[in-house]
Design a protein around this ligand. Structure first.
Ligand code: NAD
Ligand code: ZN
Ligand code: ZN
Length: 398
């Protein structure tokens, strides 16, 4: 039996509009599917993501009424009958991917493409279009299924709350940025280019530094975000300025290509100064092939969709992009796409935070806000603020 609480959450109302509404208190079930393997969380922090913005900008088939939020950290207030190794009171990070722990892909560590949590396609997430219908966690309370498998418990509750501004980034963007770098082959001495200085790009830049990169270059067209990247030692390229990308990279490193390229932009990419900043969904992918050395790897955490009602052309409406794939082939590039399998990285990255090896909240400029400020957070983030907005629904942090 569930505890009788009220609940409020951030609800998508249609292009450009989100609203904080009363929503159902979570149960240990989803669409009549029993979830005795799940827990109910009191949400401690829940972050707004660039992935949410694709929906809120009307660039997906998300429907009105969707409760948003896939970046969740919380305190367990109720355990289902089949939860064995977690307890009420535990403070936990929730990987944004929902994974059963029982299918072939989960067994291989590919938790971003679990086969049992979304009837429509492999892979699921909380509060996301086409991701299985699981209720989002930009709310006071949320249900997390397969809790023993999915959740990462912080070793100490007080220490967890003290470092919550960093630990809250373990549910998505820190592992995602790190995964982008790992799949781009970043290691000691690498020269890395990161496209996009949003929170994922900044998390990738901090991750590249953690992995030992010699030089991390971040490109964007928003000055405030470039300044944020410079604040922790990155080089930057301002895409508003005319000129070839290879020339700009050469000015920084003395060479026209990089070892590793990470796309932290996705399908809503804009062209550089040369095409007057118009949307150009394949531009980052084409730059990746141009700028990555032969034999290099390209990590693509930036999101690409199969349906885009607001696309620039007919082909892009179904995610078909105009890529110069022959160039990538000729240079023997490796491409790595898809959701980050958060669970593959979150424990190690938690330890990096707890032992002060990465200052991730500072790198992405975490800004705590209340639940009622979420609509303003969405608007400011959409306006290009160099901030990662973190909602604190119960005022447990601020
Ligand atoms: P964001 O929208 O804040 O950042 C994107 C940035 O890219 C913006 O600052 C924008 O100005 C910049 N940009 C646009 N065109 C560019 C270009 N041609 N070159 C360089 N920069 C350009 O979003 P975010 O929260 O940082 O997320 C980035 C992407 O990562 C999104 O597509 C998001 O959906 C995706 N994402 C993927 C995963 C995953 O698991 N794969 C997880 C989280 C986020
Ligand atoms: Zn996210
Ligand atoms: Zn699975």
């Amino acid at each position: 039996m569930s505890l009788a609480h009220a609940n409020r959450g951030v609800v998508y109302q249609g292009p450009g509009v989100v609203q904080v509404d009363t929503i159902d208190f979570p149960k240990l079930e989803m669409n009549k599917r029993l979830c005795q393997h799940g827990v109910i969380l009191k949400v401690v922090t829940t972050n707004i993501c660039g992935s949410d913005q694709h929906m809120v900008r009307g660039r997906t088939t998300a429907e009105q009424g969707l409760v948003l939020g896939h970046e969740i950290t919380g305190e367990i207030i109720e355990c289902g009958r089949d939860v064995e190794f977690l307890n009420v009171g535990d403070l936990v990070s929730v990987p944004f991917n929902i994974a059963c722990g029982r299918c072939r892909n989960c067994k291989e560590g590919r938790t971003g493409i679990c086969l049992n949590v979304n009837p429509a396609r492999p892979g699921a997430a909380y509060g996301y279009v086409d991701m299985g219908g699981w209720v989002g966690g930009q709310a006071e309370y949320v249900m997390v299924p397969y809790a023993d498998f999915n959740l990462l418990k912080f070793p100490d509750r007080d220490q967890g709350l003290e470092k919550i501004k960093d630990l809250t980034l373990l549910s998505d963007i820190l592992p995602t940025g790190y995964h982008g770098c790992v799949t781009a082959g970043v290691g000691p001495g690498s020269i890395v280019y990161i496209a996009g200085a949003g929170p994922v790009g900044l998390a990738a830049a901090a991750s590249a530094q953690l992995l030992g990169a010699a030089c991390v270059i971040v490109g964007d067209m928003i000055q405030e975000r470039l300044d944020q990247a410079r604040s922790f030692g990155c080089e930057t390229i301002d895409l508003r300025q005319e000129g070839e990308m290879a020339d700009k990279i050469e000015q920084i490193t003395g060479e026209r290509e990089v070892d590793a390229f990470v796309d932290c932009v996705g399908f809503e990419a804009h062209g550089c100064g040369c095409n007057h900043g118009k949307e150009a969904p394949a531009t980052v992918l084409n730059s990746a092939m141009e700028l990555t050395r032969a034999g290099g790897q390209i990590g693509i955490p930036g999101l690409y969709v199969t349906d885009d009602p607001g696309a620039v052309d007919e082909a892009a409406r179904v995610g078909a992009l105009s890529m110069r794939f022959g160039l990538g082939w000729a240079k023997s590039h490796s491409f790595h796409t898809g959701q980050c399998p958060v669970m593959s990285y979150h424990r190690q990255l938690m330890q990096a935070i707890l032992f002060d090896k990465i200052d991730i909240a500072k790198a992405v400029n975490v800004q705590m806000i209340g639940l009622d400020d979420a609509p303003k957070g969405y608007a400011d983030f959409d306006g290009g603020a160099a901030k990662k907005f973190v909602i604190d629904p119960h005022k447990m942090v601020s």
